[in-house]
Ligand binder design. Sequence first.
Ligand SMILES: Cc1cc2nc3c(=O)[nH]c(=O)nc-3n(C[C@H](O)[C@H](O)[C@H](O)COP(=O)(O)OP(=O)(O)OC[C@H]3O[C@@H](n4cnc5c(N)ncnc54)[C@H](O)[C@@H]3O)c2cc1C
Length: 532
Amino acid sequence: MSVLPKYEGERVYRQVKARKTSNWDVIVVGSGMGGMCCAAALAHYGKKVLILERHYIPGGFTHMFQRGKFSWDVGVHALGEMDNRHKVGQMLNWLSNNKIKMKSLGSPYDQFFWPGFDIGFPDSREKFNKVLKEKFPDEVDKIDEYFVFAKKVAKSTEFWFAMKSMPELIGKWGRRLYHLFNKNYWELTTKVVMDEMGLSPKLQTVLCAQWGYYGSIPQESSFAIHALTQTHFWGGAYYPEGGAKEIAGSLLKVVEDAGGETLCGADVHEIIVENGKAKGVRLTTGEEFFAKKIVSGAPAKTTMSKLLPEKYRKTEWSKSIMELKNSPPYICLHMGFEGDIKKAGASSTNWWFNNRWEVDNDFVWNIKEKDAEADILYVSFPSLKDPQHVPSENNYHTGECVTFIPYDEFEQWNETNRTNRPEEYKKYKQEIEDRLIAQLKKHMPEVMKHLTFCEMSTPLTAEHFCGAIQGAIYGLASEPKRFNNEKLRPRTPIRNFYLTGIDSMSIGVAGAMTSGMMTAAAIDPRVYTKIV
Ligand SMILES: Cc1cc2nc3c(=O)[nH]c(=O)nc-3n(C[C@H](O)[C@H](O)[C@H](O)COP(=O)(O)OP(=O)(O)OC[C@H]3O[C@@H](n4cnc5c(N)ncnc54)[C@H](O)[C@@H]3O)c2cc1C
Protein backbone atom coordinates (compact mmCIF):
# COMPACT_ATOMS: atom_id res chain seq x y z
CA MET A 1 0.00 0.00 0.00
CA SER A 2 1.28 3.46 -0.87
CA VAL A 3 1.03 6.18 1.74
CA LEU A 4 1.31 9.02 -0.76
CA PRO A 5 -1.76 11.22 -1.18
CA LYS A 6 -3.39 10.31 -4.49
CA TYR A 7 -6.70 10.80 -6.21
CA GLU A 8 -7.86 7.81 -8.24
CA GLY A 9 -4.28 6.58 -8.42
CA GLU A 10 -2.81 9.91 -9.58
CA ARG A 11 -0.55 12.04 -7.40
CA VAL A 12 -2.06 15.37 -6.43
CA TYR A 13 1.21 17.22 -5.78
CA ARG A 14 4.71 17.43 -7.20
CA GLN A 15 8.14 18.48 -6.04
CA VAL A 16 8.94 22.16 -6.44
CA LYS A 17 11.33 21.71 -9.38
CA ALA A 18 8.59 20.06 -11.44
CA ARG A 19 6.07 22.87 -11.08
CA LYS A 20 3.60 23.35 -13.90
CA THR A 21 1.55 26.43 -13.08
CA SER A 22 2.21 30.16 -12.77
CA ASN A 23 -0.07 33.09 -11.87
CA TRP A 24 -1.94 32.34 -8.69
CA ASP A 25 -4.57 34.27 -6.79
CA VAL A 26 -3.42 32.99 -3.42
CA ILE A 27 -0.28 31.36 -2.03
CA VAL A 28 -0.65 29.15 1.04
CA VAL A 29 2.47 28.31 3.04
CA GLY A 30 2.19 24.80 4.53
CA SER A 31 -0.04 21.91 3.53
CA GLY A 32 -1.39 21.01 6.97
CA MET A 33 -5.13 20.57 7.46
CA GLY A 34 -5.56 24.33 7.89
CA GLY A 35 -3.64 25.22 4.72
CA MET A 36 -5.30 22.50 2.62
CA CYS A 37 -8.82 23.43 3.75
CA CYS A 38 -8.21 27.12 3.15
CA ALA A 39 -6.89 26.33 -0.35
CA ALA A 40 -9.71 23.91 -1.18
CA ALA A 41 -12.40 26.33 0.02
CA LEU A 42 -10.99 29.09 -2.19
CA ALA A 43 -10.60 26.67 -5.09
CA HIS A 44 -14.32 25.89 -4.82
CA TYR A 45 -14.90 29.55 -5.67
CA GLY A 46 -12.55 29.48 -8.65
CA LYS A 47 -9.36 30.77 -7.03
CA LYS A 48 -6.03 29.45 -8.29
CA VAL A 49 -4.07 28.52 -5.21
CA LEU A 50 -0.43 27.56 -4.89
CA ILE A 51 0.41 25.52 -1.78
CA LEU A 52 4.08 25.45 -0.79
CA GLU A 53 5.12 22.69 1.59
CA ARG A 54 8.62 22.20 2.99
CA HIS A 55 8.28 18.42 3.51
CA TYR A 56 8.44 16.09 0.50
CA ILE A 57 4.93 14.77 1.29
CA PRO A 58 1.93 17.07 1.80
CA GLY A 59 -0.53 16.90 4.70
CA GLY A 60 1.38 18.24 7.71
CA PHE A 61 0.17 16.25 10.72
CA THR A 62 -2.27 14.42 8.45
CA HIS A 63 0.47 12.80 6.38
CA MET A 64 1.34 9.11 6.59
CA PHE A 65 4.58 7.18 6.38
CA GLN A 66 5.63 3.62 5.76
CA ARG A 67 8.30 1.09 6.71
CA GLY A 68 8.08 -2.02 4.55
CA LYS A 69 4.66 -3.59 5.06
CA PHE A 70 3.70 -1.23 7.89
CA SER A 71 2.23 2.25 7.64
CA TRP A 72 1.11 4.85 10.20
CA ASP A 73 -0.61 8.20 10.48
CA VAL A 74 1.23 11.01 12.21
CA GLY A 75 -1.62 12.97 13.81
CA VAL A 76 -4.96 11.29 13.10
CA HIS A 77 -6.39 8.81 15.60
CA ALA A 78 -9.90 9.91 16.47
CA LEU A 79 -11.98 12.54 14.70
CA GLY A 80 -15.28 13.78 16.10
CA GLU A 81 -18.43 15.09 14.37
CA MET A 82 -17.45 13.67 11.00
CA ASP A 83 -20.94 12.60 9.95
CA ASN A 84 -23.34 14.71 7.95
CA ARG A 85 -25.42 15.61 11.01
CA HIS A 86 -22.64 17.89 12.19
CA LYS A 87 -21.31 21.11 10.70
CA VAL A 88 -17.74 19.75 10.80
CA GLY A 89 -18.73 16.71 8.72
CA GLN A 90 -20.76 18.85 6.32
CA MET A 91 -17.83 21.22 5.78
CA LEU A 92 -15.42 18.34 5.11
CA ASN A 93 -17.87 16.81 2.65
CA TRP A 94 -18.20 20.10 0.81
CA LEU A 95 -14.45 20.72 0.80
CA SER A 96 -13.62 17.24 -0.51
CA ASN A 97 -16.58 16.80 -2.89
CA ASN A 98 -17.81 13.99 -0.63
CA LYS A 99 -14.69 11.95 -1.36
CA ILE A 100 -13.45 11.38 2.20
CA LYS A 101 -15.26 8.46 3.75
CA MET A 102 -15.20 8.17 7.51
CA LYS A 103 -15.50 4.96 9.49
CA SER A 104 -16.84 5.00 13.03
CA LEU A 105 -14.52 3.55 15.68
CA GLY A 106 -17.57 1.98 17.27
CA SER A 107 -18.35 1.95 20.95
CA PRO A 108 -16.44 2.56 23.12
CA TYR A 109 -14.11 4.61 20.95
CA ASP A 110 -11.84 5.45 23.94
CA GLN A 111 -11.17 3.14 26.89
CA PHE A 112 -9.47 4.59 29.99
CA PHE A 113 -7.56 2.72 32.65
CA TRP A 114 -6.48 3.90 36.09
CA PRO A 115 -5.22 1.75 38.94
CA GLY A 116 -8.30 -0.26 39.97
CA PHE A 117 -10.76 1.52 37.65
CA ASP A 118 -11.63 1.62 33.98
CA ILE A 119 -14.31 3.19 31.82
CA GLY A 120 -15.15 3.22 28.12
CA PHE A 121 -16.52 6.37 26.45
CA PRO A 122 -19.38 5.22 24.21
CA ASP A 123 -20.50 6.80 20.95
CA SER A 124 -23.52 8.80 22.07
CA ARG A 125 -24.23 11.47 24.63
CA GLU A 126 -27.01 9.38 26.19
CA LYS A 127 -24.85 6.27 26.56
CA PHE A 128 -21.97 8.34 27.93
CA ASN A 129 -24.27 9.94 30.49
CA LYS A 130 -25.55 6.49 31.53
CA VAL A 131 -22.07 4.96 31.88
CA LEU A 132 -20.91 7.86 34.03
CA LYS A 133 -23.94 7.55 36.30
CA GLU A 134 -23.28 3.83 36.74
CA LYS A 135 -19.71 4.59 37.80
CA PHE A 136 -20.64 7.62 39.96
CA PRO A 137 -24.07 6.83 41.47
CA ASP A 138 -23.63 9.52 44.14
CA GLU A 139 -23.26 12.28 41.56
CA VAL A 140 -26.15 11.56 39.22
CA ASP A 141 -27.61 15.08 39.41
CA LYS A 142 -24.21 16.72 39.07
CA ILE A 143 -23.55 14.67 35.93
CA ASP A 144 -26.79 15.89 34.34
CA GLU A 145 -25.99 19.45 35.34
CA TYR A 146 -22.50 19.11 33.86
CA PHE A 147 -23.81 17.74 30.55
CA VAL A 148 -26.23 20.65 30.08
CA PHE A 149 -23.55 23.12 31.05
CA ALA A 150 -20.78 21.67 28.83
CA LYS A 151 -23.14 21.75 25.84
CA LYS A 152 -24.12 25.35 26.59
CA VAL A 153 -20.49 26.46 26.80
CA ALA A 154 -19.53 24.57 23.62
CA LYS A 155 -22.44 26.20 21.79
CA SER A 156 -21.44 29.64 23.03
CA THR A 157 -18.04 29.27 21.33
CA GLU A 158 -19.73 29.68 17.93
CA PHE A 159 -19.83 33.42 18.55
CA TRP A 160 -16.15 33.40 19.50
CA PHE A 161 -15.28 31.63 16.22
CA ALA A 162 -17.35 34.12 14.22
CA MET A 163 -15.65 37.09 15.89
CA LYS A 164 -12.21 35.58 15.22
CA SER A 165 -12.74 35.79 11.50
CA MET A 166 -13.95 39.41 11.58
CA PRO A 167 -11.62 42.40 11.22
CA GLU A 168 -9.81 42.96 14.53
CA LEU A 169 -11.83 45.93 15.78
CA ILE A 170 -15.22 44.33 15.11
CA GLY A 171 -14.00 41.08 16.66
CA LYS A 172 -12.62 42.81 19.72
CA TRP A 173 -15.68 44.93 20.47
CA GLY A 174 -18.09 42.18 19.47
CA ARG A 175 -16.51 39.88 22.03
CA ARG A 176 -16.43 42.53 24.73
CA LEU A 177 -20.09 43.32 24.22
CA TYR A 178 -20.97 39.62 24.23
CA HIS A 179 -19.07 39.01 27.45
CA LEU A 180 -20.87 41.85 29.20
CA PHE A 181 -23.84 39.49 29.26
CA ASN A 182 -22.16 36.08 29.02
CA LYS A 183 -19.35 34.66 31.13
CA ASN A 184 -16.08 34.10 29.26
CA TYR A 185 -15.32 30.39 29.58
CA TRP A 186 -12.14 30.72 27.53
CA GLU A 187 -10.80 32.76 30.42
CA LEU A 188 -11.52 30.22 33.17
CA THR A 189 -9.60 27.01 33.62
CA THR A 190 -11.30 23.63 33.53
CA LYS A 191 -10.32 22.97 37.14
CA VAL A 192 -11.83 26.24 38.41
CA VAL A 193 -15.14 25.58 36.63
CA MET A 194 -15.35 21.96 37.77
CA ASP A 195 -14.54 22.92 41.37
CA GLU A 196 -17.27 25.55 41.24
CA MET A 197 -19.71 22.90 40.06
CA GLY A 198 -18.81 20.79 43.08
CA LEU A 199 -17.74 17.71 41.10
CA SER A 200 -15.73 15.18 43.12
CA PRO A 201 -11.99 14.94 42.30
CA LYS A 202 -12.45 11.43 40.88
CA LEU A 203 -15.32 12.47 38.61
CA GLN A 204 -13.29 15.48 37.49
CA THR A 205 -10.40 13.22 36.49
CA VAL A 206 -12.73 10.99 34.50
CA LEU A 207 -14.44 13.93 32.79
CA CYS A 208 -11.01 15.33 31.94
CA ALA A 209 -9.67 11.95 30.82
CA GLN A 210 -9.38 13.20 27.23
CA TRP A 211 -7.18 16.15 28.18
CA GLY A 212 -4.47 14.53 26.04
CA TYR A 213 -6.56 15.50 22.98
CA TYR A 214 -5.98 19.18 23.75
CA GLY A 215 -2.69 18.80 25.61
CA SER A 216 -3.23 21.00 28.68
CA ILE A 217 -4.01 19.74 32.16
CA PRO A 218 -7.26 20.89 33.89
CA GLN A 219 -5.37 23.43 36.03
CA GLU A 220 -4.19 25.13 32.84
CA SER A 221 -6.67 24.38 30.06
CA SER A 222 -9.41 26.78 29.10
CA PHE A 223 -12.78 25.34 30.11
CA ALA A 224 -14.21 26.29 26.71
CA ILE A 225 -11.68 24.09 24.86
CA HIS A 226 -12.40 21.27 27.28
CA ALA A 227 -16.17 21.58 26.68
CA LEU A 228 -15.65 21.82 22.91
CA THR A 229 -13.46 18.71 22.82
CA GLN A 230 -15.73 16.69 25.06
CA THR A 231 -18.92 17.50 23.16
CA HIS A 232 -17.02 17.01 19.86
CA PHE A 233 -16.88 13.31 20.76
CA TRP A 234 -20.44 12.90 22.03
CA GLY A 235 -21.33 11.29 18.72
CA GLY A 236 -18.30 8.97 18.92
CA ALA A 237 -15.09 9.08 16.89
CA TYR A 238 -14.16 8.39 13.29
CA TYR A 239 -11.17 7.45 11.17
CA PRO A 240 -10.72 8.12 7.42
CA GLU A 241 -11.12 5.01 5.27
CA GLY A 242 -7.75 4.40 3.60
CA GLY A 243 -5.96 6.36 6.35
CA ALA A 244 -5.17 10.03 6.81
CA LYS A 245 -3.55 10.33 3.36
CA GLU A 246 -7.06 10.30 1.84
CA ILE A 247 -7.62 13.77 3.29
CA ALA A 248 -4.79 15.34 1.27
CA GLY A 249 -5.65 13.11 -1.71
CA SER A 250 -9.12 14.64 -1.98
CA LEU A 251 -8.50 18.22 -0.89
CA LEU A 252 -5.45 18.78 -3.10
CA LYS A 253 -7.36 17.41 -6.09
CA VAL A 254 -9.93 20.19 -5.60
CA VAL A 255 -7.07 22.71 -5.58
CA GLU A 256 -5.58 21.19 -8.74
CA ASP A 257 -8.92 21.10 -10.59
CA ALA A 258 -9.29 24.85 -10.10
CA GLY A 259 -5.91 25.48 -11.75
CA GLY A 260 -3.84 25.51 -8.59
CA GLU A 261 -0.95 23.32 -7.52
CA THR A 262 0.77 21.82 -4.48
CA LEU A 263 4.55 21.91 -4.47
CA CYS A 264 6.55 19.94 -1.93
CA GLY A 265 10.18 20.39 -0.95
CA ALA A 266 9.37 24.12 -1.00
CA ASP A 267 10.82 25.55 2.21
CA VAL A 268 9.56 29.12 2.54
CA HIS A 269 12.25 31.38 3.92
CA GLU A 270 10.44 34.70 3.91
CA ILE A 271 7.13 36.41 3.24
CA ILE A 272 7.81 39.29 0.87
CA VAL A 273 6.18 42.46 2.21
CA GLU A 274 6.43 45.82 0.43
CA ASN A 275 4.85 49.06 1.64
CA GLY A 276 2.85 47.18 4.26
CA LYS A 277 1.42 44.73 1.71
CA ALA A 278 2.27 41.05 1.34
CA LYS A 279 3.21 40.26 -2.24
CA GLY A 280 4.80 36.86 -2.33
CA VAL A 281 7.22 34.44 -0.73
CA ARG A 282 10.88 33.56 -1.14
CA LEU A 283 12.10 30.00 -0.68
CA THR A 284 15.35 29.07 1.02
CA THR A 285 16.66 28.40 -2.50
CA GLY A 286 15.99 32.05 -3.40
CA GLU A 287 13.14 31.24 -5.79
CA GLU A 288 10.26 33.71 -5.54
CA PHE A 289 6.51 33.29 -6.03
CA PHE A 290 3.96 36.09 -6.18
CA ALA A 291 0.19 36.29 -5.67
CA LYS A 292 -2.50 38.74 -4.59
CA LYS A 293 -2.99 37.15 -1.19
CA ILE A 294 -0.58 35.22 1.01
CA VAL A 295 -1.63 32.83 3.77
CA SER A 296 0.67 31.23 6.32
CA GLY A 297 -0.44 27.83 7.59
CA ALA A 298 2.90 27.30 9.35
CA PRO A 299 2.86 27.44 13.17
CA ALA A 300 2.13 31.02 14.29
CA LYS A 301 5.45 31.36 16.11
CA THR A 302 7.36 30.21 13.00
CA THR A 303 5.52 32.81 10.96
CA MET A 304 6.28 35.55 13.48
CA SER A 305 9.89 34.68 14.26
CA LYS A 306 11.16 33.36 10.95
CA LEU A 307 8.96 34.10 7.96
CA LEU A 308 8.01 37.75 8.44
CA PRO A 309 10.49 40.54 7.73
CA GLU A 310 12.48 41.73 10.75
CA LYS A 311 10.43 44.87 11.40
CA TYR A 312 7.21 42.93 12.04
CA ARG A 313 8.88 40.71 14.61
CA LYS A 314 9.12 43.67 17.00
CA THR A 315 5.44 44.61 16.83
CA GLU A 316 2.97 44.10 19.71
CA TRP A 317 1.12 41.70 17.42
CA SER A 318 4.13 39.45 17.06
CA LYS A 319 5.28 39.80 20.68
CA SER A 320 1.85 38.85 22.03
CA ILE A 321 2.03 35.61 20.06
CA MET A 322 5.67 34.82 20.78
CA GLU A 323 5.07 34.99 24.54
CA LEU A 324 2.42 32.23 24.47
CA LYS A 325 3.33 28.80 25.80
CA ASN A 326 3.69 25.76 23.54
CA SER A 327 1.73 22.55 24.04
CA PRO A 328 3.89 19.72 25.42
CA PRO A 329 6.37 17.86 23.20
CA TYR A 330 5.63 14.21 22.55
CA ILE A 331 7.13 10.92 21.47
CA CYS A 332 5.35 8.27 19.47
CA LEU A 333 6.28 4.62 19.26
CA HIS A 334 5.21 3.31 15.86
CA MET A 335 4.69 -0.43 16.19
CA GLY A 336 4.38 -3.18 13.61
CA PHE A 337 2.67 -6.45 14.55
CA GLU A 338 2.37 -9.81 12.86
CA GLY A 339 -0.42 -12.20 13.79
CA ASP A 340 -3.89 -11.94 15.24
CA ILE A 341 -3.75 -8.85 17.46
CA LYS A 342 -7.55 -8.78 17.56
CA LYS A 343 -7.53 -12.12 19.31
CA ALA A 344 -4.95 -10.62 21.67
CA GLY A 345 -7.45 -7.91 22.62
CA ALA A 346 -6.68 -5.03 20.25
CA SER A 347 -9.51 -3.27 18.40
CA SER A 348 -10.42 0.09 16.89
CA THR A 349 -10.84 1.44 20.44
CA ASN A 350 -8.06 3.75 21.69
CA TRP A 351 -6.55 2.82 25.02
CA TRP A 352 -5.45 5.40 27.59
CA PHE A 353 -3.28 3.96 30.36
CA ASN A 354 -3.02 6.27 33.38
CA ASN A 355 -0.59 5.35 36.13
CA ARG A 356 -2.25 7.61 38.70
CA TRP A 357 -5.34 9.70 39.41
CA GLU A 358 -3.79 13.12 39.93
CA VAL A 359 -3.56 15.13 36.73
CA ASP A 360 -0.73 17.63 37.13
CA ASN A 361 2.39 18.87 35.40
CA ASP A 362 4.31 15.77 36.37
CA PHE A 363 2.44 14.01 33.58
CA VAL A 364 5.34 14.90 31.30
CA TRP A 365 7.47 11.76 31.54
CA ASN A 366 10.39 12.27 33.90
CA ILE A 367 12.80 10.27 31.76
CA LYS A 368 15.86 11.51 33.63
CA GLU A 369 14.85 9.24 36.47
CA LYS A 370 15.85 5.79 35.29
CA ASP A 371 12.98 3.89 36.91
CA ALA A 372 10.22 6.40 36.23
CA GLU A 373 7.41 5.22 33.99
CA ALA A 374 5.32 7.44 31.74
CA ASP A 375 2.19 8.40 33.69
CA ILE A 376 -0.02 8.46 30.61
CA LEU A 377 0.14 6.28 27.49
CA TYR A 378 -2.23 6.63 24.54
CA VAL A 379 -2.42 3.57 22.29
CA SER A 380 -4.17 3.35 18.93
CA PHE A 381 -4.34 0.59 16.29
CA PRO A 382 -4.81 2.30 12.91
CA SER A 383 -4.89 -0.90 10.86
CA LEU A 384 -7.90 -2.09 12.86
CA LYS A 385 -9.71 1.20 12.27
CA ASP A 386 -9.29 1.22 8.52
CA PRO A 387 -11.70 -1.04 6.59
CA GLN A 388 -9.37 -0.78 3.58
CA HIS A 389 -6.41 -2.24 5.44
CA VAL A 390 -5.31 -5.54 3.86
CA PRO A 391 -3.33 -7.49 6.49
CA SER A 392 -1.97 -10.03 3.91
CA GLU A 393 -1.18 -13.64 4.80
CA ASN A 394 1.13 -12.62 7.68
CA ASN A 395 -1.61 -10.54 9.30
CA TYR A 396 0.34 -7.27 9.40
CA HIS A 397 -1.07 -4.67 11.78
CA THR A 398 0.07 -1.40 13.25
CA GLY A 399 -0.10 0.44 16.54
CA GLU A 400 0.95 3.81 17.89
CA CYS A 401 1.77 4.79 21.44
CA VAL A 402 2.01 8.48 22.37
CA THR A 403 3.19 10.16 25.55
CA PHE A 404 4.52 13.57 26.61
CA ILE A 405 8.22 14.14 27.16
CA PRO A 406 10.47 17.12 28.00
CA TYR A 407 12.11 18.86 25.04
CA ASP A 408 15.28 19.84 26.89
CA GLU A 409 16.45 16.23 26.83
CA PHE A 410 16.64 16.42 23.03
CA GLU A 411 17.68 20.03 22.54
CA GLN A 412 21.40 19.20 22.42
CA TRP A 413 20.84 17.34 19.13
CA ASN A 414 18.45 19.74 17.40
CA GLU A 415 21.14 21.12 15.10
CA THR A 416 22.28 17.67 13.96
CA ASN A 417 21.26 16.21 10.62
CA ARG A 418 18.27 13.86 10.81
CA THR A 419 19.83 11.25 8.56
CA ASN A 420 23.06 11.30 10.50
CA ARG A 421 22.26 11.86 14.17
CA PRO A 422 25.11 11.11 16.61
CA GLU A 423 25.44 7.74 18.33
CA GLU A 424 24.52 9.23 21.76
CA TYR A 425 21.16 10.33 20.36
CA LYS A 426 20.49 6.89 18.90
CA LYS A 427 21.49 5.24 22.17
CA TYR A 428 19.31 7.57 24.22
CA LYS A 429 16.38 7.00 21.88
CA GLN A 430 16.85 3.24 22.13
CA GLU A 431 16.81 3.43 25.94
CA ILE A 432 13.51 5.30 25.93
CA GLU A 433 12.07 2.92 23.36
CA ASP A 434 13.03 -0.09 25.54
CA ARG A 435 11.44 1.49 28.61
CA LEU A 436 8.27 2.24 26.71
CA ILE A 437 8.04 -1.31 25.37
CA ALA A 438 8.59 -2.71 28.87
CA GLN A 439 5.74 -0.55 30.16
CA LEU A 440 3.45 -1.54 27.29
CA LYS A 441 4.14 -5.21 27.97
CA LYS A 442 2.64 -4.72 31.43
CA HIS A 443 -0.50 -3.04 30.06
CA MET A 444 -1.11 -5.20 26.98
CA PRO A 445 1.07 -8.32 27.27
CA GLU A 446 -0.80 -10.41 24.69
CA VAL A 447 -0.70 -7.76 21.97
CA MET A 448 2.99 -7.08 22.55
CA LYS A 449 3.79 -10.75 21.86
CA HIS A 450 3.05 -9.93 18.21
CA LEU A 451 5.46 -6.98 18.01
CA THR A 452 7.96 -7.46 15.17
CA PHE A 453 8.92 -3.87 14.34
CA CYS A 454 9.09 -0.51 16.05
CA GLU A 455 10.45 2.95 15.43
CA MET A 456 10.12 5.90 17.74
CA SER A 457 9.62 9.51 16.74
CA THR A 458 10.98 12.14 19.11
CA PRO A 459 10.30 15.88 19.39
CA LEU A 460 13.14 16.33 16.88
CA THR A 461 11.26 14.17 14.37
CA ALA A 462 8.11 16.31 14.67
CA GLU A 463 10.28 19.40 14.35
CA HIS A 464 11.99 18.06 11.23
CA PHE A 465 9.00 16.68 9.32
CA CYS A 466 6.11 18.85 10.50
CA GLY A 467 7.88 22.04 11.52
CA ALA A 468 6.44 21.63 15.04
CA ILE A 469 8.19 24.11 17.34
CA GLN A 470 10.18 22.12 19.93
CA GLY A 471 8.16 19.08 18.89
CA ALA A 472 4.94 20.53 20.40
CA ILE A 473 2.03 18.15 19.89
CA TYR A 474 -0.71 20.74 19.21
CA GLY A 475 1.04 24.05 18.53
CA LEU A 476 0.22 26.67 21.17
CA ALA A 477 -0.94 25.47 24.59
CA SER A 478 -4.73 25.34 25.07
CA GLU A 479 -4.67 27.93 27.83
CA PRO A 480 -6.81 31.02 28.56
CA LYS A 481 -4.06 33.42 27.52
CA ARG A 482 -3.89 31.91 24.04
CA PHE A 483 -7.65 31.90 23.46
CA ASN A 484 -8.04 35.41 24.83
CA ASN A 485 -5.33 36.75 22.53
CA GLU A 486 -7.29 39.00 20.19
CA LYS A 487 -4.39 39.29 17.77
CA LEU A 488 -4.36 35.58 16.93
CA ARG A 489 -6.79 35.55 14.03
CA PRO A 490 -6.91 34.92 10.28
CA ARG A 491 -6.61 38.64 9.42
CA THR A 492 -3.32 40.31 10.28
CA PRO A 493 -2.03 43.90 10.44
CA ILE A 494 -0.25 43.29 7.12
CA ARG A 495 -2.46 43.87 4.10
CA ASN A 496 -3.14 40.78 1.99
CA PHE A 497 -1.51 38.55 4.58
CA TYR A 498 -3.46 35.96 6.60
CA LEU A 499 -2.88 33.21 9.14
CA THR A 500 -4.47 29.79 9.17
CA GLY A 501 -4.00 26.48 11.04
CA ILE A 502 -4.66 25.48 14.63
CA ASP A 503 -2.78 28.35 16.23
CA SER A 504 -4.99 30.93 14.56
CA MET A 505 -8.24 29.31 15.70
CA SER A 506 -8.72 26.04 17.56
CA ILE A 507 -7.02 22.68 17.93
CA GLY A 508 -7.18 19.23 16.30
CA VAL A 509 -8.06 18.24 12.76
CA ALA A 510 -11.51 19.82 13.09
CA GLY A 511 -10.02 23.00 14.58
CA ALA A 512 -7.51 23.23 11.73
CA MET A 513 -10.28 22.66 9.19
CA THR A 514 -12.41 25.40 10.76
CA SER A 515 -9.42 27.73 10.69
CA GLY A 516 -8.93 27.00 6.99
CA MET A 517 -12.58 27.81 6.30
CA MET A 518 -12.46 31.01 8.36
CA THR A 519 -9.30 32.22 6.65
CA ALA A 520 -10.78 31.45 3.25
CA ALA A 521 -13.92 33.38 4.28
CA ALA A 522 -11.81 36.37 5.29
CA ILE A 523 -10.39 36.33 1.74
CA ASP A 524 -13.60 35.45 -0.10
CA PRO A 525 -16.78 36.06 1.96
CA ARG A 526 -18.75 33.58 -0.15
CA VAL A 527 -17.11 30.85 1.94
CA TYR A 528 -19.16 32.07 4.95
CA THR A 529 -22.25 30.51 3.35
CA LYS A 530 -20.64 27.10 3.92
CA ILE A 531 -19.81 27.85 7.55
CA VAL A 532 -23.07 29.22 8.93
C1 LIG B 1 0.66 12.50 17.71
C2 LIG B 1 -0.52 13.32 17.32
C3 LIG B 1 -1.78 12.78 17.35
C4 LIG B 1 -2.89 13.53 16.98
N1 LIG B 1 -4.12 12.94 16.98
C5 LIG B 1 -5.20 13.67 16.63
C6 LIG B 1 -6.49 13.08 16.59
O1 LIG B 1 -6.64 11.88 16.84
N2 LIG B 1 -7.55 13.86 16.28
C7 LIG B 1 -7.42 15.19 15.96
O2 LIG B 1 -8.42 15.86 15.66
N3 LIG B 1 -6.19 15.78 15.97
C8 LIG B 1 -5.10 15.05 16.29
N4 LIG B 1 -3.86 15.63 16.28
C9 LIG B 1 -3.75 17.06 15.98
C10 LIG B 1 -3.90 17.39 14.51
O3 LIG B 1 -3.36 16.39 13.69
C11 LIG B 1 -3.18 18.71 14.22
O4 LIG B 1 -3.42 19.64 15.24
C12 LIG B 1 -3.62 19.36 12.92
O5 LIG B 1 -3.58 18.42 11.86
C13 LIG B 1 -2.70 20.54 12.63
O6 LIG B 1 -3.03 21.14 11.41
P1 LIG B 1 -2.36 22.51 10.97
O7 LIG B 1 -2.74 22.77 9.57
O8 LIG B 1 -2.65 23.57 11.94
O9 LIG B 1 -0.79 22.32 11.11
P2 LIG B 1 0.27 21.30 10.54
O10 LIG B 1 -0.32 19.99 10.24
O11 LIG B 1 1.40 21.37 11.50
O12 LIG B 1 0.72 21.95 9.16
C14 LIG B 1 1.65 22.98 9.04
C15 LIG B 1 2.44 22.71 7.78
O13 LIG B 1 3.26 23.83 7.50
C16 LIG B 1 4.48 23.35 6.98
N5 LIG B 1 5.48 24.39 7.12
C17 LIG B 1 5.97 24.92 8.27
N6 LIG B 1 6.90 25.85 7.98
C18 LIG B 1 6.97 25.91 6.62
C19 LIG B 1 7.78 26.67 5.73
N7 LIG B 1 8.67 27.56 6.18
N8 LIG B 1 7.62 26.48 4.39
C20 LIG B 1 6.71 25.58 3.92
N9 LIG B 1 5.94 24.82 4.74
C21 LIG B 1 6.07 25.00 6.07
C22 LIG B 1 4.76 22.12 7.83
O14 LIG B 1 5.71 21.27 7.23
C23 LIG B 1 3.37 21.50 7.90
O15 LIG B 1 3.14 20.62 6.83
C24 LIG B 1 -2.73 14.88 16.60
C25 LIG B 1 -1.45 15.44 16.55
C26 LIG B 1 -0.35 14.67 16.90
C27 LIG B 1 1.01 15.28 16.84
